[in-house]
Write a protein that binds this ligand. Sequence first.
Ligand code: NAP
Length: 525
Amino acid sequence: MITGKNYIGNSLSAKGTQTYKTVNPKLNSDNEWDFTEATEAEVDEAAQKATEAFAVYKQKTDKERAAFLRAIAEEIEALGQEVIDAYTAESGLPEGRAMGERGRTIGQLNSFAALLEQGDWVQATIDHGDPERTPAPKPDLRKMQIAVGPVAVFGASNFPFAFSTAGGDTASALAAGCPVIVKSHPMHAGTGELVSSAIIKAAEKTGMPDGVFSNLNSKGITVGEQLVKHPAIKAVGFTGSIKAGTALTKLGAGRKEPIPVYAEMGSINPVVILPEALKANGESWAQKYAGSINLGAGQFCTNPGLILGIEGAELDTFGKHLAAALGQQPANCMLHPNIHSSYESGKQKMLDANGTEVLAVALEAEGANDGKPALVKVTADDFLANSELHTEVFGPFSMLVACASKAQLLEVLNTLEGQLTGSLIAEAAEVSAYTDVIDALRSRVGRILFNGVPTGVEVCPAMHHGGPFPSTSDAKFTSVGNDAIYRWVRPVSYQDWPQELLPDALKDGNPLGILRKVDGIYNKA
Ligand code: NAP
């Protein structure tokens, strides 16, 4: 049942006076529930509880934390239809997407559990000492990763399950041994509360300390700012806009004790389509890209917002095919009236900008918050002259840029800001003539695709979902896949410690049976 209250550790709490409602964007009306915003005292209480919980939680073994994550997955599943109904009512996304995203969220939790059960993730490194070494004896050094402390997570609007309350940030932080305080996304506070109740149940069932998880309601920036500034918080996970992500990153860096804010922000995900690919398969690529641009009403951080090609008859034909295919796509309901109106005004700016030619723009839609797809074309000269054209329009929008030559294509790529993904569409025979283009594309992105569409982010260890600024605040880290855990840990070296006082991961004899780097060689001995 949705109560509208905050979870301060295991207790429901609503001491504040500010309340708000979520919106059903399909019906364009408020949902029934009232949510009470957390007060400063409740933020502080959650932070204190997280600090106390950390002292206990960090002592739990990997296997105990794995059991907690698996229990969260089970409890989310047990929420059944109620949470699916809340998700669809608060996001306008269809039930099929809700089910799929719930499955992904459960899969992420279980994959972090499996990582803990295997145990290698601590990156144990042992360099044995040598007392006989001259001129000075060599100390015995043993290094592993340990949890940093309580983490604040900002739920994302566009993934109410997979990048929110029990999403990748929370799962990876809990896996690392860090208590989590979620700043619930105001657009899906009811879904967030139900998922929080599942996490609390799982914590109680598996004997985790009170305060290992809290969920704070908030509409507006105050609660988020208080959390990031709170001395108990040691790192932050965020997914959302460049504006908010940059503000929070600065806030974290400006503290007396600076902390990292791992922000996943905007991206226009450039696609380079080479001449032979246009000739051979232009129409089929146009069909695929129309689907990718409009997928989920374009509300994905990997949405292909920029398509680059070399001008000529083939690029013109591709533009026509893409416009026609986009014209066949339905307008889908967007997440919230505000996101819909930002999309409409951002799109209009692009349609009105100097030099843009409108190739496709849907005018009709059934629902008030449906995002009507659009495609514009611009020359590279105009694109290079106006940096406004390089910005993200969050929704089913894309821009085709016609470059006069390969040299100008390179110039455009080298002008782009950092991106999550870049895609190359090419025939095998032409690739060797474009190695400089591929290198320029790779230098801008965290994931480079060959003959594919960037939407669809596989959750697996080799995924890197993070790119140079401003797509993320730190290109070295991913927010998807098991390596997301490394945002919440730091290495510590033990020097000359007796065996019995070392953590099991670093003891001779390897009692955990994990893969370790011993005197430079990886082994499980
Ligand atoms: P947002 O504006 O970035 O907000 C995300 C969260 O951060 C919200 O909980 C918000 O709180 C909080 N927040 C915003 N500004 C803050 C600040 N200065 N200090 C502290 N907290 C702050 O994102 P959104 O509401 O989810 O969507 C708005 C836009 O973000 C979209 O139209 C889109 O452009 C972009 N977006 C991008 C991605 C991506 O993956 N690239 C994903 C989602 C959204 P309040 O809402 O309570 O103010």
